[in-house]
Design a protein. Structure first.
Lengths: 313, 295
């Protein structure tokens, strides 16, 4: 296990190096003089000089990269050009908001996706199966920003049940907080529920054909006990680890969902930064997302080995 | 031997004589979902190509007397906040969406497949280098990477397609590499090598044709993802620039008028949904039709 862990962490080093290279090189995609483009409307030579200093743009590219990495490693992701706040501080402010919506989305996804996948596999070829597959197709094909707009139209404009936009922190008023986040959480959870449903269905179908399930049935166990105690437990292990990897979908989805529902989270931060040409924030958000994704990937791998005794040797 | 048995032998021979592509097509056309998907995609392609002939109005023609009019016999889908005909904008908007699907996937294929072939076939340090670069790109969620690239490249439909194409590339590198790894140990590749074929020839003429089915399925599903991504980037103002029509930017404008002009949000969303659903249906159908286990 320690060997596996060591190998897995060693593999991360080159990946993280390339992630840093990728994110650093983004600023060199800017057409023309990066300092001028970053300054935007601002033509004050002092501001342009400050940008040049901040990004070490007067130095050769490898030196610029070395400075940037040095900053990142010491927790300095730069400063927002517009609001003059350290990028790390901005991210630390916004991340908990996204995490609240994301955790609600994951709960919704598991509550819909897993039962739908199990029913679809157990009742293969029936109307239930077709219904669940249609749901999955719908979930995968619906653009989440359209679903968000349609939910606002139905539940806020027509029925007046939920607020159309805005965010109330959990600590302030939990009811209002849930009301302000339930629609975005559903929009995010819907797409992941569809993916989880497909994974669960495939895993269950495979397990239901295995010898130990046949043995359990031959012993005369009730179908309910065979499915819930024997099949489901084994089928769900890979599904749960795969579910952890859907974080990428979740964070991608958060960008548009937070924009539509005006939720001041991580996703809205990157969109606002793009509009304000606040490139340090864009880089910081991408770097944080990639780091979270890589860490979760590692945890999922370790969890998979831990719960699967055959891989532990 | 009975007649039934003879019939079975004849059928088996007929199946063997059929070319793999023809067999896949026959199986694809047996799947209702895939056929519906193909028809819908064909309709949208026709709409995009013949937009000037089909569209009832100019997509950019504004009229202050027609601002936010609900659907009627004159304007089937209603009009938008500048009095433009929504149906005309949906028809012309199909161009941006389908073009984004095709070009982005084209970019991803033309970078991803050669890199995947090189990585899987050569192995060694080249494989390690390409694989780690792929891991790094996969660590950045698809849409976030596309938004970041589009933001740095500058807002335009062309740059959005490049950004989406680059963001979709690592999936093709990984898929091609995996497929090459499993195919390169097959006897026919071994035989081609024994005959003295150069490496590039083996990769291009012996390995590539055999991994095409998997690439075709992924390309179809990636086209669906690219269309959603283009709509998302245009929604954020990073794709097609106004006044040129795009389904994503139409949805953005619609959001401000949900209370008094909800039809503005219904049609572009429905168009994106239909096209993406169709690509997904065809992708799923192709996956089943090309699966050798399902003969």
């Amino acid at each position: 296990m320690l060997n596996f862990l060591g190998q897995r962490i060693l593999q991360l080093i080159p990946t993280l190096f390339f992630v840093s290279l990728l994110i650093f090189s983004l600023q060199h995609l800017l057409p023309g003089d990066p300092a001028l483009v970053m300054a935007g409307e601002e033509r004050d030579p002092a501001v342009i000089e400050q940008i040049r200093q901040q990004y070490k743009l007067d130095q050769p590219i490898p030196i610029q990269y070395a400075y940037w990495v040095k900053g990142v490693l010491s927790g300095d992701l730069g400063e927002s050009l517009r609001i003059k706040v350290p990028v790390l501080q901005l991210i630390a402010q916004k991340l908990p908001v996204t995490m609240q919506v994301a955790s609600m989305a994951i709960v919704i996804a598991f509550l819909i996706g897993i039962p739908a996948g199990i029913i679809s596999a157990v009742k293969k070829g029936t109307a239930w199966d077709y219904g669940a597959n249609l749901f999955a197709l719908w979930g995968i094909s619906t653009p989440n920003f359209w679903l968000g707009i349609m939910l606002i139209f139905l539940f806020s404009v027509e029925l007046g049940w939920l607020p159309a936009s805005g965010y109330v922190p959990l600590s302030e008023n939990w009811r209002a907080s849930l009301a302000s986040t339930i629609m975005p959480a559903f929009v995010l959870g819907n797409a992941i529920a569809a993916i989880l449903m497909r994974h669960t269905r495939n895993a269950m179908l495979q397990v239901l054909e295995s010898d130990y399930v046949r043995t359990a049935r031959a012993k005369g166990l009730s179908e309910r006990s065979v499915i819930l105690k024997h099949a489901m437990r084994n089928a769900l292990t890979p599904v749960i680890t795969l579910g952890a990897l859907e974080l990428g979908t979740l964070l991608s989805g958060a960008v548009l969902t937070e924009q539509i529902f005006s939720i001041p989270g991580f996703g809205k931060l990157i969109v606002d930064a793009v509009f304000n040409r606040d490139y340090a924030v864009v880089q910081g958000v991408v770097l944080t997302t990639a780091t979270i994704y890589i860490t979760l990937n590692l945890i999922a791998d370790i969890a998979y080995v831990l719960v699967n005794p055959r891989l532990r040797a | 031997m009975t007649d039934a048995a003879l019939g079975a032998i004849k059928l088996a021979n007929a199946d063997e004589l059929e070319s793999p592509a023809r067999r896949a097509l026959r199986r694809l056309f047996k799947r209702k979902g895939a056929v519906v998907g193909l028809v819908v995609i064909a309709v949208f392609i026709l709409l995009a190509v013949f937009a000037p002939l089909i569209s009832p109005y100019e997509p950019t023609a504004t009229s202050w007397s027609l601002v936010r009019k609900p659907p009627s016999t004159l304007h089937w889908f209603g009009t938008d906040d500048l009095g433009r005909d929504i149906l005309a904008r949906i028809i012309y908007g199909a161009r941006a969406s389908l073009l984004a699907g095709a070009i982005s996937v084209g970019i991803a294929l033309s970078i991803g497949v050669p890199l995947g072939l090189l990585s899987g076939y050569r192995g060694g340090w080249i494989d390690a280098l390409i694989s780690r670069m792929t891991d790094a790109m996969l660590a950045c969620p698809f849409l976030i990477l596309a938004i970041a690239l589009a933001a740095f490249l500058g807002p335009s439909l062309g740059n959005a397609m490049i950004a989406i194409g680059i963001s979709a590339t690592p999936i093709f590198v990984r898929l091609t590499r995996g497929q090459v790894m499993s195919v390169k140990v097959e006897d026919y590749v071994e035989a081609a090598r024994a005959m003295g074929n150069p490496r590039w020839r083996i990769a291009l003429f012996h390995i590539l044709p055999n991994i095409m089915p998997a690439l075709l399925v992924q390309a179809t599903l990636s086209a669906a993802a690219a269309i959603i991504a283009e709509a998302a980037l245009s929604f954020l103002g990073l794709g097609q620039q106004p006044p040129a029509p795009s389904w994503g930017s139409m949805l953005n404008a619609a959001q401000r008028f949900l209370t008094n002009a909800p039809w503005m949000a219904v049609w572009p969303g429905l168009a994106i949904f239909l096209v993406v659903l169709s690509f997904n249906l065809v992708g799923d159908g192709l996956r089943d039709a090309l699966d050798p286990r399902e003969r």
